[in-house]
Design a binder for this molecule. Structure first.
Ligand SMILES: [Zn+2]
Ligand SMILES: [Zn+2]
Length: 176
């Protein structure tokens, strides 16, 4: 079984031994249901969960993998840096070739292991918003003290305006 490491299961759950299907006739398919707790896909990609069903079909070239997976990427808000989990729906349709000379990106080695890790990593990264926000009106961090302004104002904002700055403001907005 997969030993949890820091609360995450290893990406071994994504390596499917497909040997039994490779010996079947063309067109044979099997469904695999994934119900994975927090998962470390790679050093830079952690998923909060992974759920869904993938169909593995034997084709002339190898194994066609099709289906939909629900997952959530763990990231942080670009403004306040709070941890957040970004739900993603991944649509999977990819051929894993048994031909070592194939030009396809994904291959099944002689060990008959179909490794979904690179595919899942690619799909997750493509689907993740470039700069996620915890909420559209996130107030961010105070540039002075780093306080999370979503939790309320910090002392910097309560401070009176610097007198030199007040003088400057008068210059910029002269009284009528
Ligand atoms: Zn935020
Ligand atoms: Zn502050």
């Amino acid at each position: 079984m997969n030993t949890p490491h820091n609360g995450y299961v290893s990406n071994r759950v994504l390596k499917v031994n497909i040997g039994f299907l490779l010996t079947e006739s063309l067109g044979t398919s099997r469904d695999f249901t994934f119900e994975v707790p927090p998962l470390a896909v790679s050093d830079d990609l952690k998923l909060a969960y992974l759920r869904g069903t993938l169909r593995f079909s034997r084709t002339r070239e190898g194994i066609l993998v099709q289906g939909a997976l629900d997952t959530a990427v763990e990231g942080e808000c670009r403004r306040c840096l709070e941890a957040l989990s970004i739900p993603l729906q991944l649509t999977i349709e990819e051929l894993f070739s048994t031909n070592p000379d194939s030009s396809t990106e994904f291959k099944i080695g002689e060990d008959a292991i179909l490794d979904l890790t690179p595919l899942l990593r690619e799909e997750s990264i493509i689907s993740t918003p470039f700069a996620p926000l915890c909420k559209s009106d996130c107030a961010g961090l105070c540039p002075e003290c780093g306080h999370n302004l979503n939790l309320g104002p910090c002392n910097c904002q309560l401070d009176p305006i610097d007198p030199r700055f007040a003088a400057l403001q008068k210059l910029l907005k002269p009284d009528k």
